[in-house]
Ligand binder design. Structure first.
Ligand code: CMC
Length: 428
C-alpha cells in the first residue's frame, strides 16, 4: 500500500503521496500543495530539503559516501573506463558498445573546429582575462553560430547539438588559456584521444615539439571522470532551470559555467591552492588557519572542506588523494603544498569543530594539486572542472527536456511593506 504524509495547517488536515526512490530514499510529493490548500507553499532557502526533479542519472548517498552514475560505482568507472566512455554512459544511460563508442568519438572529433570568427570575439577580451569568464561568454557565443533551435522530439538533432558542444567546449577552454597567456591558438589534433587533445591544445607551442606524457594524460582522464556529474548541485540546477524555459543547450550550459565559477562551488579548487600557498608563505602554520576557520568573527573558511550532501566523506576526495600520491610517485616529483594539505586535513579531522559539523575534504581539496603537477596554471583549475562537468550538464539538460519538465519558477513568502500611499518628492 502506498504511504501518505499528513500535514495539519491552521486546523485543517491535508494528505500528500510519499514517493520512494530506487535506493529507498523517501520524498513527500507536494506537487498539489498549493492547489489543494488554497495557496500554501514551503520555504526552503538554498533548497536544502527540496527535490527539484526525479532523475535516473546519478545516485549519491552523503551519509555513506556513495557516488554512482547510472548504477555504476565511481570507484569502478575511474579505474575501468575513459572520460568519453563515462560521458556516453551519463548522457545516454548505458555504457557504449565498441561501435557506439567509435561513432561517438568520431562525431565529437568532427565538431572540434570553431568558426574562425570566434577568434574575433576572443580578440576582444583583454590579455590576462580570467578564462572562466571567457569560457562562459564563448559557450554562449556558440548560439550565435548555431542559431537553429533543437527539435526536442528529434534524437538526431539532440545528438548533433551534444556532439557539437562536446567537440567545441575544450577548444574554447584551451583558447581561453592561450588568450590569457598571449600564446598562439592550437587546433585539435584528431589523431589524439579527447583528453590528450585537451593537453596539446593548451600547452603545445609551435616552435617546439610537444611530447605527451601518458602518465599525465591518464591522471587527467581519471580526474575529469571524477567531475562528470554530481546530481542537482548549484551549476547543474542552474542548467536545468535555464533549460526549462526552453533556452538551448549552449545557453543553458553557459549559465552552468557561470554558476560553477563561484568560490563555494567549482571555484573552490582555485581557492584551495591559493589558501595552501598562503599557508606555505606564512611559514606553514596549519593550526593558525584552522583557528581562523573556526572563528565566527573571521570570514575565512577552510576551502575544500565541507559539502552540502556528503556528511561523512566525499568518495571523490579519497580517490583524488590516492591519485595525487600515485602521480607524484610516477612523475618522480613532489609538491610542498601536498604535505601542507595532508597536515591540514589531519589536524582538521581531529578537531571537534569540524567533527561536529561533519566537515570533510571535498573533491576540490586535492584536485588543484594534481592540476598543478600536470602543468595547469591556477586560473585554469575551475575551467578543468567545467570540462569534466560538461557531460553531466548535458545529460541533465537532456533528461529535463525529454521528461517535459515545467518551467522552473519557485515561489516566495513576501515579507515587505503592505500597501501604502505613494509619497511625492517634496514629502520624502
Ligand atoms: N570552513 C569552516 N567552517 C565551515 C566550512 C568550512 N569550509 N564549511 C561549513 N562550515 C561551517 C559553517 O560555518 C556552519 O557553521 P555553524 O553551524 O556554526 O554556523 C556549518 O559548518 C554548516 O555550514 P553551511 O554553510 O550551512 O553548509 P552548506 O551545506 O550550506 O555549505 C559548502 C556547503 C560546501 C558551501 C561549505 O561547506 C563551504 O563553504 N565549503 C568551502 C567551499 C568549498 O570547498 N566548496 C566546494 C564544495 S564541493 C565541490 C563543488 O560543489 O563544486
Amino acid at each position: 500500500m502506498s504511504e501518505i504524509a499528513k500535514l495539519i495547517v491552521q486546523g485543517k488536515e491535508y494528505e500528500f503521496p510519499v514517493v520512494v526512490g530506487t535506493e529507498d530514499e523517501v520524498a513527500i510529493d507536494v506537487k498539489k500543495l498549493r492547489s489543494s490548500t488554497g495557496g500554501i507553499i514551503t520555504i526552503d532557502p538554498g533548497f536544502k530539503n527540496t527535490g527539484s526533479c526525479e532523475s535516473k542519472i546519478t545516485f549519491l548517498d552523503g551519509e555513506k559516501g556513495i557516488l554512482r552514475h547510472r548504477g555504476y560505482a565511481i570507484e569502478e568507472l575511474t579505474k575501468k573506463a575513459s572520460f568519453l566512455e563515462v560521458a556516453y554512459l551519463i548522457i545516454f544511460g548505458e555504457l557504449p558498445t565498441r561501435e557506439q563508442y567509435a561513432k561517438w568519438e568520431k562525431d565529437i572529433q568532427h565538431h572540434a573546429l570553431l568558426n574562425e570568427e570566434m577568434k574575433d570575439i576572443i580578440d576582444g577580451f583583454p590579455t590576462g582575462a580570467h578564462p572562466m569568464g571567457m569560457v562562459a561568454s564563448l559557450t554562449n557565443a556558440l548560439t550565435a553560430f548555431n542559431p537553429a533551435t533543437v527539435d526536442i522530439t528529434s534524437s538526431e538533432e539532440i545528438y548533433t547539438a551534444i556532439t557539437k558542444l562536446m567537440g567545441k567546449f575544450p577548444v574554447l577552454a584551451a583558447w581561453s588559456h592561450c588568450k590569457n597567456q598571449g600564446a598562439p591558438f592550437n587546433y585539435a589534433d584528431n589523431s589524439l584521444d579527447y583528453v590528450a587533445n585537451i593537453m596539446q591544445m593548451m600547452f603545445r607551442i609551435p616552435t617546439e615539439e610537444y611530447k605527451l606524457n601518458p602518465i599525465a594524460v591518464k591522471a587527467l582522464d581519471e580526474l575529469l571522470i571524477l567531475h562528470e556529474d554530481h546530481e542537482q548541485n548549484c551549476s547543474t540546477s542552474t542548467v536545468r532551470i535555464v533549460g526549462s524555459s526552453e533556452a538551448g543547450l549552449f545557453a543553458s550550459v553557459s549559465s552552468g559555467v557561470s554558476a560553477l565559477w563561484g568560490r563555494l562551488h567549482g571555484g573552490a579548487n582555485q581557492a584551495v591552492l591559493e589558501m595552501l600557498e598562503n599557508i606555505q608563505k606564512d611559514g606553514g602554520d596549519v593550526e593558525k588557519y584552522i583557528a581562523k576557520a573556526k572563528d565566527k568573527n573571521d570570514p575565512f573558511r577552510l576551502m575544500g572542506f565541507g559539502h552540502r550532501v556528503y556528511k561523512n566523506f566525499d568518495p571523490r576526495a579519497r580517490i583524488i588523494k590516492k591519485a595525487a600520491d600515485e602521480l607524484f610517485a610516477d612523475l618522480g616529483t613532489s609538491d610542498p603544498v601536498l604535505a601542507i594539505a595532508k597536515h591540514l586535513e589531519e589536524v582538521a579531522l581531529k578537531d571537534e569543530y569540524f567533527a561536529e559539523r561533519k566537515l570533510y575534504p571535498n573533491v576540490d581539496f586535492y584536485s588543484g594539486i594534481i592540476y598543478r603537477a600536470l602543468g595547469f596554471p591556477v586560473h585554469m583549475f575551475t575551467v578543468m572542472f567545467a570540462i569534466g562537468r560538461l557531460p553531466g550538464w548535458i545529460a541533465q539538460w537532456r533528461e529535463m527536456r525529454l521528461n517535459g519538465e515545467p518551467i522552473g519558477r519557485p515561489r516566495q513568502l513576501y515579507t515587505g511593506y503592505a500597501l501604502r500611499d505613494f509619497v511625492p518628492f517634496d514629502k520624502r
